[in-house]
Design a protein around this ligand. Structure first.
Ligand code: HEM
Length: 397
């Protein structure tokens, strides 16, 4: 077992294009599946499915409360549920899960569709634009505002603050990240004060649900409820935006698949699942071990950050044959790790899937074809995927 980590098994800061990170992860899976880098504060990168799965499945040993993401964002406070370990974590999920159930999201479907149509219309009228910034990030803020029952003033504020935060994160600008994060905190605080003064039905309102839930007979600490709202305000915007960019790029490269999905929209849910595997938008969610531990023959010390490279695990040839190919209806597609595993398994899977399916359906219905017509810009850690996708559309008659 190797005890000393080398300076740098790989460089996570290399400028990436749409395909390059996946080539690097394929190399690491084959040659150095448990890799160390001194960049981004220093971290271990697990690139094989079995290792990522092992860490997800052992929350008692691998915790999120020390460092849950690479790079560590030092300025922000603790935000449940992601930054808490069970059992402290559990009541936050008890409050959130019922509001994001399949049933609740199915009821929201007409709203999601009308938000998507409204935001797609100007992009299609122009015939070109940035699929992420001009469409995907905007409609999600609308959907979120409705799901969170935001009053008009806060909805308008989120429409500015949400995309501004996303842009600051994607361009890795720490001052802007801090500034925009504080705006979102203020919004979360205002919202909590509003619901305390006039509670809504906890079965219909996320903030009221956080306020109503009891842990060992006591309400959740107010500042933690604020943190949870702040986290929810952003966590649901970035990944679906990147995924929509991924799907648009892939389908611009594969016109046969674009035509197939346009001709038979019942294939869209299966296609979205394969897109989530192939273009998993996260690689930087992290854990730290409670004690020294061996993974893949390497010694990882207590409290060292371990990034779970889900984007690589989902292309592990041991689990998904021909991993770089898009294959509709893979028999084991539900084993993909795009939404994580274990207690922190994504709370928003039903909403995310619905948004991606409807966005793709509406894009295909409204067009005959599309192409990428400029340079795609890629997200840094913790995401992987494009945040700027200039596209030109041939609109359906
Ligand atoms: C394509 C879209 C999405 C992907 C790929 C995704 C992926 C993930 C992953 C991998 C985690 C687990 C992180 C970890 O274990 O450290 C997570 C957590 C979470 N996601 Fe998502 N997510 C998506 C969309 C959404 C949406 C739309 C929401 C809406 C509310 C959401 C809410 C959350 C929350 C609250 C957590 C924290 C859960 C916890 O710590 O218990 N996500 N997501």
């Amino acid at each position: 077992m190797q005890t000393k980590h080398p300076e740098q098994d790989y460089d996570p800061l290399v400028k990436e294009t749409f395909d390059t990170a996946h080539l690097e992860y394929a190399r690491l899976r084959a040659q150095c599946p448990v890799a160390h880098s001194e960049a981004l504060g220093g971290f271990w990168a697990l690139t094989r499915y079995a290792d990522v799965q092992r860490v997800f499945s052992d929350p008692a040993m691998f915790i999120t409360s020390v460092q849950n993401v690479v790079p560590k964002v030092a300025f922000s406070g603790r935000r449940p549920p992601l930054h808490f370990d069970p059992p402290e974590h559990t009541p936050y999920r008890s409050a959130l899960n019922p509001l994001l159930s399949e049933q609740k999201i199915a009821a929201l479907e007409p709203t999601i569709r009308s938000c998507i149509r409204a935001e797609l219309a100007p992009l299609l009228a122009r015939g070109h634009g940035d699929v992420c910034g001009d469409f995907a990030s905007i409609f999600q803020v609308k959907v979120f505002s409705i799901w969170m029952n935001l009053p008009a003033a806060l909805e308008a504020q989120l429409a500015e603050a949400g995309p501004a935060f996303v842009k600051a994160v994607e361009s890795a600008d720490p001052d802007k990240m801090k500034e925009t994060s504080f705006v979102l905190y203020d919004m979360a605080r205002a919202l909590v004060a509003m619901r305390k003064a006039e509670p809504m039905d906890p079965a219909l309102d996320p903030v009221s649900s956080f306020l109503a839930v009891r842990h060992e007979g006591a309400p959740l600490p107010e500042e933690m409820v604020v943190g949870a709202i702040r986290q929810v305000l952003v966590v649901g915007i970035v990944a679906p935006m990147i995924m929509i960019g991924n799907m648009v790029i892939h389908l611009a490269r594969h016109k046969d698949l674009q035509a197939q999905l346009r001709a038979d929209p019942t294939l869209i849910p299966a296609a979205v699942e394969e897109f989530l595997r192939l273009y998993t938008p996260y690689r930087g969610f992290a854990r730290t071990a409670r004690a020294d531990v061996e993974i893949g023959g390497r010694l990882i010390r207590k409290d060292e950050a371990i990034a779970l490279i889900m984007a690589s695990a989902n292309r592990d040839e041991e689990v998904f044959p021909e991993p770089d190919r898009f294959i509709l209806d893979r028999p084991n597609i539900r084993e993909h790790l795009a939404f994580g595993r274990g207690p922190h398994y994504c709370a928003g899977t039903a909403l995310a899937r619905k948004e991606l399916q409807i966005a793709l359906d509406e894009l295909l219905k409204a067009t005959r074809d599309w192409d990428i017509d400029g340079e795609v810009l890629m997200s840094p850690f913790p995401e992987l995927g494009p945040w700027y996708v200039p596209a030109r559309f041939e609109v359906a008659a």
